[in-house]
Design a protein around this ligand. Structure first.
Ligand code: SAM
Length: 251
């Protein structure tokens, strides 16, 4: 097994994860990383930079849970960008899911969110985070209804999709401009795992074709438009902006 755990009873579950996300071949190509599993779930560590700590997906007790309770509700920028403030609860396809944080904000506000993730380890972390959340007595029932993940690349999945999402949401990786010490430790591990999403421009035409109402693209404030395409409107936050490509009004 490549996932290290002291818990023998969890091995069948972890073997399933290793198989589902082809983690064995990923680990062979990436000996710098280690996956571990303990009471708090699956975790990724970067062996050559242990001080950076690990990455997990924890919707139940982590920062996401705090933001759900104390965040800005439907008034926050991401909710406005997908059109939630207009009284609609759109179905959102998050085509670059990552650790599922943005998707969780939308799901907690009532949206049904389908998540695509192509990186095997990010997908495995997300899968484990979702499994744990589904079993939680407080959030489990709406999580089961509102969040589900598909492992694969949106370059193919969007073109083949039979879903009719109101909104397609894109948040591809973009190189950080700040000096690396200022970038949060967890983000540094994540960046060294995933790299840049240099092929992200090609997602926009597929996303625009599939969405029935709008495409929302999250960008750092200094980044150019995705695919050099000017949006219909922009919603700005402190460090990011949401570029919104409107196709039809939200109902
Ligand atoms: C910046 S992260 C997204 C963060 C996410 N919005 C969150 O709140 O946690 C970008 C993620 O998109 C994934 N990604 C990029 N291009 C993709 C594609 N074509 N299909 C599926 N996933 C993709 C990357 O592997 C990475 O995990």
């Amino acid at each position: 097994m490549i996932i290290h755990t002291p818990f023998a009873e969890n091995r069948p579950y972890l073997e399933r994860i290793e198989k589902q996300f082809a983690l064995q071949s990923w680990q062979q190509a990436n000996p710098n990383f280690r996956l571990t599993y303990d009471e708090a779930g699956l975790q990724l560590l970067k062996l050559d930079e242990p001080k950076l700590g690990g990455i997990r997906v924890d919707f139940v007790t982590g920062a996401s849970a705090h933001r759900r309770k104390f965040g800005g509700g439907k008034g926050q920028a991401i909710a406005k960008a997908v059109g939630l403030n207009k009284g609609a609860t759109p179905v959102v396809l998050d085509a670059t899911a990552g650790l599922g944080r943005d998707a969780f904000v939308l799901a907690a506000l009532g949206c049904e969110v389908i998540l695509h993730e192509r990186h095997p380890v990010v997908a495995a972390l997300l899968f484990d985070g979702l499994e744990r959340a589904y079993q939680d007595s407080e959030i489990g029932s709406w999580m089961q209804q509102n969040m589900r993940m598909i492992f694969g690349s949106s370059h193919e999945l969007l073109a083949q999709s039979e879903l009719n999402p109101d909104v397609v949401y894109l948040d591809p990786m973009f190189p950080h401009r700040e000096k690396s010490a200022q970038v949060k430790k967890e983000m540094r591990v994540f960046q060294s795992l995933v790299g840049g999403d240099a092929d992200a421009d090609a997602l926009l035409p597929f996303a625009y074709e599939l969405a029935t109402k709008r495409v929302v693209v999250k960008r750092p404030d200094y980044a150019p438009f995705l695919n050099e395409q000017k949006p219909s409107m922009q919603i700005e936050t402190k460090k990011n902006r949401f570029d919104v490509y409107v196709k039809a009004a939200m109902k």
